[in-house]
Design a protein around this ligand. Structure first.
Ligand code: C5P
Length: 241
């Protein structure tokens, strides 16, 4: 079975498990529990705000890669300095908001210096079409078109990849080619609760649509059998095409 965190040549996306906890102990307990099943973890604003940079060192000390998902969105100088700090922590991948603009994305990429991948969040998967229309004050807006527009800007500014929902992967790859990687959150095995996510896909759909990475959070962390839940996701990815 494919190990979470690695992308195989036959198109199985790399799986990143989201450590959405408010303390280091719970996060490390999951890393220990999943063991060899997962070598790539996402640390987001909940855990990083509570535990600080030490948690990145702890996960790395367990032999795993870290995606720092703080979705930086600020003036270019501030984002460049934040990315410089993240680079110093040895994270493999970090996120910024594409809506911060081309100069901000360029500043982030330059500060990463090729030592960590910079992925730009296009439109949050928790937003539906009407939500996006309301935020940006535009009627009957096509989310997929907005995602491709933001992804184009991110690619032109040097980002390695973008974050988008599974339903937008084909439009991004069709328009920009496969060099720009796509990371897909909002992944839900059939029959599991969507919670606050709106634009969701199953693991098999994410693979079929061409995702390079998928992020799984509550589908694993909210399960009574967390290893079993991740094993089922990995099996679904392996057996779908
Ligand atoms: O529990 P669930 O699988 O919905 O978690 C998804 C994770 O991916 C969360 O940590 C969330 O912050 C993150 N994420 C997202 N949408 C994005 C970027 C990141 O849901 N566009």
């Amino acid at each position: 079975m494919t190990q979470a965190g690695t992308r195989t040549k036959d198109g199985v996306p790399a799986v990143v498990v989201a450590l959405d906890f408010s303390d280091v102990e719970s996060a490390i307990a999951l890393v220990d529990e999943l063991g060899e099943l997962c070598r790539f973890y996402k640390i987001g604003s909940e855990l990083f705000t509570a535990a600080g940079p030490d948690v990145v060192s702890r996960v790395r000390a367990a032999g795993c890669d870290v995606m720092l998902d703080l979705k930086f969105h600020d003036i270019p100088n501030t984002v460049a300095r934040a990315v410089g700090s993240a680079r110093g922590l040895g994270v493999r991948l970090l996120t910024i908001h594409a809506a911060g603009g081309e100069a901000m994305i360029r500043a982030a990429v330059q500060a990463a210096g090729g030592e960590c991948l910079v992925f730009a969040v296009t439109v949050l998967t928790s937003l539906s079409g009407p939500d996006v229309s309301a935020v940006w004050g535009r009627e009957s807006l096509d989310v997929s078109r907005e995602v491709v527009r933001l992804a184009t800007q991110a690619r032109d500014a040097g980002a390695s990849g973008v974050v988008a929902s599974g339903s937008e992967v084909e439009a991004i790859k069709g328009s920009l080619g496969s060099a720009l990687q796509v990371l897909v959150p909002g992944v839900r095995p059939a029959g599991t609760a969507t919670g606050d996510q709106r634009r969701v896909v199953t693991p098999a759909e994410a693979r079929r649509l061409g995702a390079d990475y998928i992020v799984v959070g509550r589908a694993v962390t909210g399960s009574g059998d967390r290893r079993g839940a991740l094993e089922r996701i990995l099996r679904e990815l392996d057996s779908s095409a």
